[in-house]
Structures are given as C-alpha cells and as structure tokens.
Design a protein around this ligand. Structure first.
Ligand SMILES: [Zn+2]
Length: 229
C-alpha cells in the first residue's frame, strides 16, 4: 500500500501517512471512515432526440395520410392534399430528416431541399394550370440551389481564403438576381431592369470590398482578428 499523496510505502494498519500525514483509506480494514470520493457516477444524459424525431415523423405521416384519404374519398382525387403532402415532405426532409444522422451532410440535404421545393412548385403550377414553372420557378430555384450548394461546399471544405470566397460568392449572387429578373421578364412580361440593377450593384460592391480585403494582407489580418474569421 502506498500513500496517494507522497507515494511512500505504508504499513497495512496505519491510519495516516507517517511522512505527509495524509489520511489513509484501506478498503480491507473494517471500521474505516467513508472514502473521500463518491462511488456514484453521474448518469449519462438521456438522448431524447430519437423519440422526438420519431414522434414528429409519425405526426406528419398521419397528417399526410388523413388528408389524402379525405380528398380521395370525398373529392375523388388527390386535389389539395397534394399541397399538404408535398409541404410536409419539404418540411420533413429539410428540417427533421437531417437530425436522424449523427453527422451533418449539408452537401446532400441542401440540394435535396431545393429539389423538393422544385417538386412543390411544379405541383402548384400544374394544379392551377399555370405556365410559370418551366420558364420561371424552375430556373430560379435551380440557380438559388446551385449557389447555396457551392457556398456550402466552399465554406465547409477548406478554411483558407474565406474573404475571397465570400466576395466571389456575393458577386455571383448579385449577377444571379439579374438573371432572375430576366426569367421574370420572359415569363410575366414585366419590364427588364426595374429592381435587379439595385441588388446586383449592392451585392457587387459588398463582394468587391471582401475581395479587396482578402487581397490586401494587413487589412485582411485586421478583419480576421476583429471578426474571428
Ligand atoms: Zn504521504
């Protein structure tokens, strides 16, 4: 037996260390005082994530099924239950489903969100016999989805040159608003350049500022220190 504090070898029957006077606790000797440490360990935290996820899944499935059955039996078709089901799918796969996984997979779920949005808009367009899906909604969602996915990929993989990446991304977003107004123009026959020039120039100026910041080392270091980049 050894002293826990100074490490000196102890006789079996001592109650305290002869060298440093630290009390000795021998589990084999009866009548010892209570040990100084607890024999109880903190309970591991309960993981209530999966029950909550399962509950929300069942709830949304029940909502989808009941509206579909109602529409099929009462209205003789899928009808407006398509809105409910696709809306539930959109909410589920963008906000609930990713949490089933231990890791986050934004490069899968961000494009999936935009694909589902496309499907939802297509249903709304077809249901209302609109003509705006293919020339307007589809390209706009695809552009937004592509920019969002590229942004996620740029910032998730590689921590270097963040200011340059952010600047370039802002300029691309600015140019895309002009493209969006172009699709609005050819679909709804609205005049061109009523709003997109403002957004494009604002994004362009912000992007240019970040690009220049990334290219001038002292200024970049100052920004990185100040904003913890
Ligand atoms: Zn000791």
């Amino acid at each position: 037996m050894y002293c826990v504090k100074c490490g000196v070898r102890l006789n079996e029957d001592v109650r305290q260390c002869p060298l440093c006077a630290t009390p000795v606790w021998n589990p084999d000797t009866p009548g010892q005082p209570e040990p100084a440490w607890s024999d109880r360990f903190p309970a591991p935290p309960k993981n209530i994530r999966y029950p909550i996820l399962a509950f929300i899944t069942i709830l949304l499935l029940a909502v989808c099924l009941s509206t579909m059955i109602f529409c099929l039996t009462q209205l003789g078709g899928v009808r407006w239950s398509g809105y409910v089901m696709l809306g539930c799918a959109l909410v589920y796969f963008s906000m609930i489903f990713p949490f089933w996984f231990e890791k986050r997979y934004p490069l899968i779920f961000v494009p999936l969100f935009f694909a589902l949005t496309c499907g939802y808009l297509l249903y709304i367009c077809l249901y209302n016999r609109g003509h705006w899906f293919l020339p307007f909604a589809f390209p706009v969602v695809m552009i937004t989805g592509a920019i969002a996915t590229i942004g996620v990929a740029l910032f998730r993989f590689g921590k270097r040159a963040r200011l340059l990446k952010a600047g370039a991304l802002l300029i691309v977003i600015g140019c895309s608003t002009m493209l969006i107004e172009f699709f609005q123009h050819i679909t709804f026959d609205t005049p061109m350049f009523t709003w997109s020039l403002y957004s494009t120039s604002a994004f362009f100026l912000m992007g240019l500022f970040l690009l220049l910041s990334g290219l001038i080392p002292p200024w970049r270091e100052y920004l990185e220190r100040t904003f913890f980049l």
